[in-house]
Ligand binder design. Structure first.
Ligand code: GDP
Length: 457
C-alpha cells in the first residue's frame, strides 16, 4: 500500500500557526488516533475543519489545541485523503505533532513529495508543478504572476495546441498511407510545408519568450561602470535605498564579485560586482580591462556613469569603447553641480544610447532611469498582458529540440522526399514537447525537479 506521508509545511521558527500535513490512504486513521475533536461526530466531510486537541494516545497528554482541515480524495492537493493540522506555530509543538504522526503510521515526506503525488496522480502536469516551485521562490511580483500563469496550466495549453497541430499532420499522412482506397485528401508537400512552417513559428515564438522569461526569473544582470568618483557607489546606495526588499544574496557568488538582487518598482535587477563598486580604488586600470570586458559582456544591461561636472578623460573614453556595441544606459551624474555640459553631451550623444541626467547624491532623475529600463526590456507589457513566457531552461531546451526536428521535417519536404518520412521527425518533436508537460519523461528528471522543492510542499 502506498505509504501515508507527513511533513511540517510551514517555515521553521516561531510563528502564529504551524501546519502539519498528512496525505495518503491512512490519513484519517492516523488523525483518529491522535486528535480528539470537541464535536465527537465521526463523519468526515471534505473542505471542513474540526476543532480539538492533539493528544498522545499513549499517555493522554495534550500536545496542542488545533484545527484540523479535512480533504477527501480526490478533492485534495495530492488527490489523496489529506489532513492539515493547524497547530500553534513553534518548533517544539510542530515537531511533537510530527513525531506523533510518525509513531502512528505515517512516514516522513521527501521534499516536494506532496506535489509529486499531485503530478503522479494526474492532477497537474509537470510544467504546472514547476510553476509551483517558481511561485514559492518568486522574488518579484512579476515572477509570481508568470508562475501563476504556468501553474494555471496556460503553458501546457499552448504546448498542447502545438502538439495537436503536429498530430493533425501525422493523422493525415498516415491515413493517406494506410488507407489509400479512402477518399482522403492526400497530403501534398506544399500543404505539409505550410503546416510545418506554422508549427515552427509557434515554437520559435515560445523559444524567444525565454529572453524575457529569463529576465523575470533571474533578474536583469546589470553592471554599473564609471571612473573613480563618477558616483557609482552613490548610485548604488540610492538604488539600495529604493529597494523595498533585498530578497536574497545570490548563492554561489565568489568573494570578489558580490551580486545584489533588487526589486525596484517591479524591475528585477541583479547587480553584479557590487563589491568592486564599493572599493573606491576600483578603476578600469586596476580591475583590468579584461575583467571589465568580461563583466560587460556577461551583462544584460550596463549602466555607465559619467561626471557631468568634469570633462571626459582617458578613463571615460575606455568606458565608452567598452559599451559601444552593448545594451547600455548612460547616466550623466552630478546635475546638482552642473546642469549642462555641451561638450560632453555632444560626444556622448554620438554613442546613440539613452542618456539620463541624474544626481545620485540628491536622488534626482532616478525615476527616469527606471522608466528607461522598463522600456528597454519591455517590462510594462509583461505586467499588462498575460502573454505566456518560458521561464524555465529545461522547457526552453525541449522547445529547441522540437524545433530542430520540425526544421528537419521541413528540409525533407522541400527536397521532395516522400512525405511519409517526416512522420518520424514529427513524432520525435511531439516527444520533445511531451517532456515539458511530463507525458513521457524519465524518472530521473522527475526526481531532479521535485528535489528542488522544500519539505512539506
Ligand atoms: P565612485 O568612486 O564612482 O563610487 O563615486 P562615489 O559615489 O564614491 O562619489 C564620489 C564623490 O562624488 C563623493 O564625494 C560623492 O559624494 C560625490 N557625488 C556622487 N554623486 C554625486 C552627485 O550627484 N552630486 C554631487 N554633488 N556629488 C556627488
Amino acid at each position: 500500500m502506498e505509504k501515508t506521508i507527513v511533513a511540517i509545511s510551514t517555515a521553521s521558527g516561531n510563528g502564529g500557526i504551524g501546519i502539519i500535513r498528512l496525505s495518503g490512504r491512512q490519513t484519517f486513521d492516523i488523525i483518529d488516533k491522535i486528535f480528539i475533536p470537541k464535536n465527537k461526530s465521526k463523519d468526515i466531510k471534505g473542505y471542513t475543519m474540526k476543532y480539538g486537541n492533539i493528544v498522545n494516545p499513549k499517555n493522554n497528554e495534550i500536545i496542542d489545541e488545533v484545527l484540523v482541515a479535512y480533504f477527501v480524495a480526490p478533492k485534495s492537493y495530492t488527490t489523496e485523503n489529506m489532513c492539515e493540522i493547524n497547530s500553534h506555530g513553534g518548533t517544539v509543538v510542530e515537531k511533537r505533532i510530527l513525531e506523533l504522526c510518525l509513531e502512528n503510521g505515517a512516514e516522513l515526506a521527501e521534499p516536494g513529495e506532496f506535489t509529486k503525488r499531485a503530478f503522479l496522480n494526474g492532477r497537474i502536469d509537470l510544467s504546472q508543478a514547476e510553476g509551483i516551485i517558481d511561485l514559492i521562490n518568486s522574488k518579484t511580483e512579476m515572477e509570481a504572476k508568470e508562475s501563476i500563469n504556468q501553474l494555471e496550466g496556460n503553458l501546457s495549453k499552448k504546448i498542447k495546441k502545438i502538439e495537436q497541430k503536429m498530430l493533425d499532420i501525422m493523422v493525415n499522412i498516415e491515413v493517406t498511407i494506410d488507407y489509400p482506397e479512402y477518399d482522403v485528401e492526400e497530403v501534398t508537400n506544399s500543404e505539409a510545408l505550410k503546416k510545418l512552417n506554422e508549427i515552427h513559428n509557434l515554437l520559435n515564438e515560445l523559444e524567444n519568450s525565454f529572453n524575457k522569461g529569463k529576465i523575470i526569473k533571474d533578474g536583469i544582470k546589470t553592471v554599473i561602470i564609471g571612473k573613480p568618483n563618477a558616483g557609482k557607489s552613490s548610485l548604488l546606495n540610492s538604488l539600495l535605498k529604493e529597494d523595498r526588499a533585498i530578497v536574497s544574496d545570490i548563492a554561489g557568488t565568489t568573494r570578489d564579485t558580490i551580486e545584489e538582487y533588487l526589486n525596484i518598482d517591479g524591475i528585477p535587477l541583479k547587480l553584479i560586482d557590487t563589491a568592486g563598486i564599493r572599493d573606491t580604488e576600483n578603476t578600469i586600470e586596476k580591475i583590468g580591462v579584461e575583467k571589465s570586458k568580461k563583466l560587460v559582456n556577461d551583462a544584460d544591461l550596463i549602466i555607465a556613469i559619467f561626471d557631468i561636472s568634469g570633462s571626459l578623460d582617458e578613463d571615460d573614453r575606455k568606458i565608452i569603447e567598452l559599451i559601444r556595441d552593448k545594451k547600455a544606459i548612460i547616466l550623466l551624474n552630478k546635475v546638482d553641480v552642473l546642469k549642462n555640459n555641451n561638450k560632453m553631451e555632444e560626444e556622448i550623444k554620438k554613442l546613440n544610447k539613452s542618456v539620463i541626467k541624474i544626481s545620485a547624491k540628491e536622488e534626482m532623475g532616478l525615476e527616469n532611469l527606471y522608466d528607461e529600463i522598463k522600456k528597454m526590456f519591455e517590462l510594462n507589457e509583461i505586467s499588462s498582458n498575460n502573454e505566456i513566457l518560458i521561464t524555465n531552461e529545461r522547457h526552453k531546451n525541449q522547445i529547441i529540440k522540437a524545433k530542430q526536428n520540425i526544421l528537419d521535417a521541413i528540409e525533407i519536404v522541400r527536397n521532395n522526399t516522400p512525405v511519409d518520412i517526416i512522420s518520424i521527425y514529427i513524432n520525435q518533436a511531439m516527444e520533445d514537447l511531451g517532456e515539458i508537460t511530463g507525458v513521457n519523461v524519465s524518472e530521473n528528471i522527475i526526481n531532479e525537479i521535485f528535489a528542488k522543492f522544500c519539505l512539506g510542499k
